[in-house]
Structure formats: C-alpha cells, structure tokens
Design a protein around this ligand. Sequence first.
Ligand code: RNT
Ligand code: ZN
Length: 416
Amino acid sequence: MEQIKESYEIAKKRYEKLGINTDEVIDKLENISISMHCWQTDDVSGFENPEGQLSGGIQATGNYPGKARNMEEVRADIVKVSTLIAGNHRVNIHAIYGDFGGKFVDRDQIDITHFQSWIDWAKKNNLKLDFNSTSFSHPKSGTLTLSNPNDEIRNFWIEHTKRSRAIAEEIGKQQGSPCIMNLWIHDGSKDITVNRLEYRRILKESLDDIFETKYENMKDCIEAKLFGIGAESYTVGSYDFYLGYGAKNNKIVTLDTGHFHLTESVADKISSLLLFTPEVMLHVSRPIRWDSDHVTTMNDDTLDLAREIIRCGALDKVNIGLDYFDASINRIGAYVVGIRATQKCLLQALLEPIETLRQYEANDQLFERLALLEEAKSLPWTAVWDMFCAKNNVPVGEEYIAEIQAYENEVTSKRG
Ligand code: RNT
Ligand code: ZN
C-alpha cells in the first residue's frame, strides 16, 4: 500500500502540471456503472432450456470446465466478479434467464413473477438490472421473428417483446433506476433475398406496435447487426434501419462493437447519435475477424470509445454495457479482464488533458496537438489505476488471478 501511495502522489503531481485533478478522476470513475451481461457465466444458455442449442447467428465456442449450470451458480459467479471490480455496477439479464421454477414457461407467457427473485437478489447485492427480450434459441426462432410475414409467428414474438418491456418497467420501478431493455433480433437471410423492403416494412410495423405503450421506468434500445452466422446475406435490423427508426422515434440505439465492418470506427458514431437520438447504449466486445465476441481488452478500439464518451461530455447519455461470451477460458476471469479493461480505458480518457488539446486545435497548433496526444499515452495513469483499485478494496494489478484460481479450485471446477 505504501508503494501504491507513493507512486500515486508522484502521478498526481505529474497530472496536476497538465491541469488534471486525479482525485476527482477517481471519484468520477467510481461512479461509472458498467452493465455486466449475465450470459458470459453459462455461454448464453439461460434457464428455459439449458440443454438446448444456441441459435440466432451467435455462437459461444470452447468448453472450458465450470460453466454455471443454474440460476444459483450464475448469481454466485456474478457476485464473485463484483468483489474483484471497483464501483457499483449493473447486471444485464435476458428473458431466458427467468426464474421459471423448473417449469417450461413459453416466451409469450413470461411476466414479472419470473423475475422477482432477480430483483430481490440485485437489491441485496447492491446491483441494478437491465433486460433483454430473447428471440434466439427457441423452436419459433427460425430466420424471421418480428419481421416474419406469418401472423402467428410474428404475433408470438410481438407478445414476447411487449411482455419483456412490461417486465423491464416493473424492474425499473422497483429498483428506482430505469431498466434498459435491449431489443436485438437475429432476423435475416442466408442467401440473397428479393424481399429486402418487405421484411423491413414488417419489422417497422411490429416495432410501432411494440412501442405503443409508453413507460416511465424503462428505456428502450434497439440493436443492429451487420450479419449473423447463417444469415450472411441480409440482416433485417441493419444499422441504417435502426438508426433511422431511432432518430425518428426517439429510441436509444445500441452500438455493439462487433456489429460493424472491421475497419469502421464505432467510436466515431457516438457524436452523431448524440445529436439525433436520446442516449446511446454500448455493447463493448472485441471482434476478431468477425463478430466473434472475444473478451474486451484495453485495445485502441476500446480506448477510442472511452475517449469519445468523455470528449463528448456524454457520461450521462452513454450507457456502457458489455457483450461477449468466451467459453474457452475461465468465465469469471473473462468478466474481470473485460470489466477492468473497460474501466482502464475510461480512466485514461478521464485523465486526458483535453482543454490544452482543444486549445492547440483551436490555434491550429497541430504538431502540438499530436505531440501531447502521444505523450498522454505514457503519462503515469497506471499509478492512478492502482490507487483506484486499492481505495476500493479490490485486487491491485494481477492479484486477482490468484483469487480466480482459488474460486476455480473451490467452486467452478467441482461443477459436473
Ligand atoms: C448478438 C447481439 C446481442 C446478443 C445478446 C445475447 O449479436 O450482440 O446483443 O449478444 O443479446
Ligand atoms: Zn450485443
């Protein structure tokens, strides 16, 4: 601790010279909640039919032992993760993670009773919840859900999504913080379709119907995608589609960092969205060659994303969630690495000497801007990070590796 303090004091002075108060930055970082996706615990299985196949163009690859097999294990793993990260966070659950009491409850039958134990659990653990409707991994998932021309199938999914919104509303009311409900559907087509307009028209109509009821304690967001496995040629809910829908209907657009062409900057989208939609929702992931949902790391993409949030002064408008599922490594470790990486990026963004940089830019001092941006990369932010962890009583540096190994020895390795 002595060493952490000493290094911190030196770093603090260094940042002071650039007009940055590191104590204030630490306070700010402590107040940024990250919405932790529950589905890294069990490879997106859920409790409706845990033995069922994951469908909908997404895939969790790997079979590392110790995956959570039921609700108790999912919750225990999330609680374990929360002891290894600083701050108060949120947990993002999917409709298939309802507390169904061992019974089969179809998606058009879910209601708040299936999520009350989640609300109570979250309250007890000082967490807030977010929610998702689930269109995948169901006999009626097929390739088209809300955009399906078949009335029976479409109405089934409309009913499911309406119920999901009502559940999110009740969660939000009970937790005293709006519950964000993300709507992502996998609808698309493997090969060329000659009905691009038709499916999108139907999706638009379904959304209009779904969003007709106005709520106070939940927020809707809509998530686009470039393509899914088995739906490579056409995605009904493309980015253009949801950007248009969100801008016109005042809905939050979700940017999943894996859902764009790999050379596209997701960070660059934030400032545009902020001008035309109420808020932004992020699904931070790490795409490798495709939407592979690798664990988030402190790479340039994530750093750019964090810098953009801070430079836009948009911490209150950008909701940060994670969305990856790596089944090939210790799953608790996957969370901790990803969450801490996201926080490290936010920390560096908060420590950026933005005023000086903006002055340079205003004066056309472009060498100076580049030089300071470059120097900022090697300022002693790691000393501030260590202090942030120490102050919040979570492991400093790589100390958490041993804790996760211990949890693996004692808990996850014993799961059959
Ligand atoms: C899929 C989307 C979506 C899902 C989760 C499970 O490509 O990113 O957000 O990952 O809803
Ligand atoms: Zn996503």
